[in-house]
Write a protein that binds this ligand. Sequence first.
Ligand code: NAD
Length: 363
Amino acid sequence: TRSEGFTYTSTRSRVVFGVDASRERLAAEVDALGGQRVLVVAGAAEMPLARELAEPFADRVVGWFDDVRQHVPVECAEAARALARDTSADLLLSVGGGSTTGTAKAVALTDRLPVLAVPTTYAGSEMTNVWGLTEGARKTTGVDDVVAPRTVVYDPALTVGLPPGLSAASGLNAMAHCVEALWAPGANPVTTLLAVEAVAGLTRGLPGVLADGEDLTARSDVLYGAWLAGTAFATAGSGLHHKTCHVLGGAFALPHAEMHAVVLPHVLAFQTPALHPATVDRLSRALQGPGAERPAELLADLDDALGIPAGLRDVGLREEDLPEAATLVADVVADGAIPNPRPISRADVDALVRAAWAGRPRR
Ligand code: NAD
């Protein structure tokens, strides 16, 4: 709460947001960052789009890097770094989802080049100073301000091609960022403000995006929500929800997006009694409820509307795995293992994991 005092560090990135912003304003943003030798980073599927966007400053593009893979294998990072050095690049332009942004960040980390990011999903990586690399099966992450993109151009028009399944998965990933930001260790009144506004944008936009992927109003609402969600999460950090999903995903190879979507309403139901009543009220309204209602059920309704499986039982977790699942989660989150507004006991974890396995939290 405000009376307890807080610390707020804002991200230093510049954001340009708007339909067609990538076509109309990207060249000016390259100029503003002093980009004379631009290395374009985009996955093979997004490279045609990246080439089109770079057309107005094609004479300043010194290289194209398209070996983008999930979780940024070190070999890919090394190849991108070598290209940046060979071409004496002075600016990295990334066009794509979180994997692409992550590849540009890996180059920024070692070579200290500024990143101009043009996101095409709702992952939110472009708003954080977190980098990630994988070597074999091991993923390493770290925090360094040098990887945070200096400028981000958000263009809802670039997301119209994101298919319904990916749109829902990515949008609900953003939802997890903003809901978690309400209680994560770095939460403060400003991140709460951002988080509630993000929830509102995602809730307003996602059903429309699934009904008509070319609805630019809905696409704009979701991308706006994803931006604010990423911003709130970048400051608030990860808490009960992400730690729980990290453990479950790692131990039982559950599908990432569905698992997050299924677990989130249950974590929210657990946390709600410890949230400030005014926050609960605003959150319920953001989820299009009448306010002062239990927000977890409203979030579960949204999952229903988006066709998300009901419980972890529907995405591959077996009932006989529940004791082990609860033990693994409890080791990481229970009995004071993480700072949390509501104390979490082993019994709480058992109940949470079983409820998420069985189906939605219900009124
Ligand atoms: P992604 O970047 O792997 O992209 C998923 C798929 O979507 C790809 O096949 C891509 O070609 C396709 N795609 C992207 N944009 C599209 C568009 N507009 N139309 C059609 N297809 C499109 O997935 P993601 O969900 O964007 O990002 C996930 C990755 O980002 C994970 O590795 C995650 O760890 C990372 N991430 C990092 C942070 C951070 O702070 N460092 C934050 C969030 C996510």
